[in-house]
Design a binder for this molecule. Structure first.
Ligand code: PEP
Ligand code: MG
Length: 583
């Protein structure tokens, strides 16, 4: 096989060379095995056994879920059981085994593919949705035929590069304890939560390869170049050599940055900013400390609710937040209340599917509608706030009414805790994320109601430019440097400063060296990013004066297009740090 180079979207930097492991569709690729006449009845009974076994598995699963979460949650499996009883499908498989004299695994996988194709062409949305039931049950039957256990990303045996059509944030969340050294997907954008998770876990990743992953087979040697967004399949010896050299260079660069770990993030003319980390799991604490963060600027607590059947209790959350706060001593740790919805779902809440989940029942909107769940979290945060330097912020605030409602619930929780004789920090600092254009445009009003702002550009960009952050087809329109985005950011920083509150950013853009230069010049006080980016950004900040950064920002704001701003900033970065950025 000769080398193939595929171009996607860089999701998490770094280079990794390894063997491909196809995830999610591996079971449907079955080898065609001819059989003789005597083997036909054997194959048919193997198929019948697999159907019985699958039925037992589904019923057991259904009972378990109904017992733990209520019978309505078990009902989804009724559709799976119906697929198992589909006489047409069963008879088609049996008659093909008899006629074509081929092992049943192959016949079944072919029939399954044909069914899925037929359903995919149907206009009716409800029937279209049945594809996932058919595929789900089909994979189960195949696994039973092949005697394989259900594969999960948490039980891989060897170090591999995961190749998938798509990975949900909860799939990615399971990678942190296992052998995934890199991953690539067909779909997704730079700030989809799957990509963000890869950065946090420091796993090089490329997303948005479109149909690229179809060109890869299990076990292929691949290079994931997460910095340039390239995937190289079956690399030539020269390419391999070139990448091994680049891998070494990246390692050398990281070692050089490590020397500034304990130095302040201070410009050459003395302006001190804070460089904090974004985290998804408390397990990331050692890495955050290793990269010399000035605290945690964003803890995405919704991951607490994922990959489990129940909801986390108040005590469980209290212990986790307390431990997190204590790990950072007097450095601030900002807990963001849960931001469910968008591309992050949890099955135990049984939230109905929406047409536009990013514009729908998400984050604070969900929390205000479900005070029972929200208050459990708020009480846990309040109780943990007596420890170290914990702060709280609300996501997806779209206006002052919503902010006030969230703060009222926080006050209710304080009253409850007081009555119960439980402690909390009376002065707990409350912040608002500014990630909806309406919040950015009313930030002067919001700034009077909170202690700080954290600009969530991942969402602010998608909402202000009307570009779905997870859609690879329109990724070219997702421009952090678009003049509209820059004006919104500038307005938020000014509004915050006019009310004497500090303004931070926890969107991915502040972890990009050229953009950090611009944001520094715009007056941003706190930069919160995946911990692996912190030292590189610290190096940029320490290499420039605030006055120079201001001049750069002022000029960038006069430019007319996102592309012009980007080119201009790249050129300035090269002037400031030619050794690193000119190569
Ligand atoms: C953001 O929107 O910029 C943000 C930090 O929140 P999230 O990425 O979790 O939506
Ligand atoms: Mg957001």
């Amino acid at each position: 096989m000769s080398e193939i180079i595929l171009k996607g979207i860089p999701a998490a930097p770094g280079i990794v060379i390894g063997r491909a492991h196809i995830f999610g569709k591996e079971d449907l690729d079955v080898e065609k095995m001819p059989i003789n006449d005597e083997q036909v009845p054997l194959e048919i009974s193997r198929f019948e056994d697999a159907l019985i076994q699958t039925r037992q598995e589904i019923i057991a699963l259904q009972r378990k879920i109904a017992a733990e979460m209520g019978s309505e949650h078990g009902e989804v499996f009724d559709a799976h059981l119906l697929v198992l009883e589909d006489r047409m499908l069963i008879e088609e498989v049996i008659s093909k085994v008899k006629k074509e004299k081929v092992a049943v695994d192959f016949v079944f996988s072919e029939v399954l593919k044909r069914y899925a194709n037929v359903f995919a062409r149907i206009e009716d949305e409800y029937l279209k949705e049945r594809i996932s039931d058919i595929n789900d049950v089909g994979r189960r039957i195949l696994r039973n035929l092949l005697g394989k256990k259900r594969k999960s990303l948490s039980d891989l045996e060897d170090e591999v590069v995961i190749v998938a059509h798509d990975l949900s944030p909860s799939d990615t969340a399971m990678m942190h304890k296992n052998k995934v050294i890199g991953f690539v997907t067909d779909i997704g954008g730079k700030t989809s939560h799957t990509a963000i998770m890869a950065k946090s876990l420091e796993i090089p990743a490329v997303v948005g390869l479109e149909i690229g992953t179809e060109k890869i087979k299990n076990g292929d040697l691949v290079i994931v170049d997460g910095s340039s967004g390239l995937l190289i399949v079956a690399p030539d010896p020269e390419t391999l050599k070139r990448y091994e050299v680049r891998e070494e260079k990246i390692k050398g660069q990281s070692a050089a940055f490590a020397s500034i770990r304990d130095l302040p993030a201070q410009t050459q003319d003395g302006k001190l900013v804070s460089l904090a980390a974004n985290i998804e799991f408390p397990e990331e604490i050692p890495s955050v400390l290793l990269h010399g963060a000035d605290g945690v600027g964003l803890y995405r607590t919704e991951y607490f609710y994922m990959n489990r059947r129940d909801l986390p209790t108040e005590d469980e959350q209290f212990e986790a937040y307390k431990q997190l706060a204590n790990s950072f001593g007097d450095k601030p740790v900002i807990v963001r209340t849960m931001d469910l919805g968008g591309d992050k779902f949890i099955s135990q809440l049984n939230v109905p599917k929406e047409m536009s989940p990013f514009m729908g029942w998400r984050a604070i909107r969900f929390c205000l509608a479900r005070p029972d769940i929200f208050k459990t979290q708020l009480r846990a945060i309040l109780r943990a706030s007596v420890h170290a330097n914990l702060r709280v912020m609300f996501p997806m605030i779209s206006g002052v009414e919503e902010l006030r409602k969230a703060k009222e619930l926080l006050e209710d929780c304080k009253r409850e805790l007081k009555n119960e004789g439980k402690y909390y920090n009376e002065k707990l600092e409350v912040g608002a994320m500014i990630e909806v254009p309406s919040a950015a445009l009313t930030s002067d009003v919001l700034s009077r109601e909170v202690s700080f702002f954290s600009i969530g550009t991942n969402d602010l960009i998608q909402y202000s430019l009307a570009v779905d952050r997870t859609n690879e087809k329109i990724a070219y329109l997702y421009e952090p440097t678009h003049p509209a985005v820059l004006r919104l950011i500038k307005g938020v920083i000014e509004a915050g400063h006019n009310s004497n509150i500090w303004v931070g950013m926890c969107g991915e853009m502040c972890g990009e060296p050229s953009l950090a230069l611009l944001l520094l010049g715009m007056g941003l006080d706190e930069f919160s990013m995946p911990s692996a980016s912190i030292l590189e950004i610290k190096n940029v900040i320490r290499s420039v004066s605030l006055s120079r950064a201001k001049e750069i920002a002022d000029e960038a704001l006069t430019l007319l297009t996102g592309t012009d701003v980007e080119k201009f900033l790249q050129a300035k970065l090269k002037e400031i740090l030619p050794d690193i950025y000119s190569a």
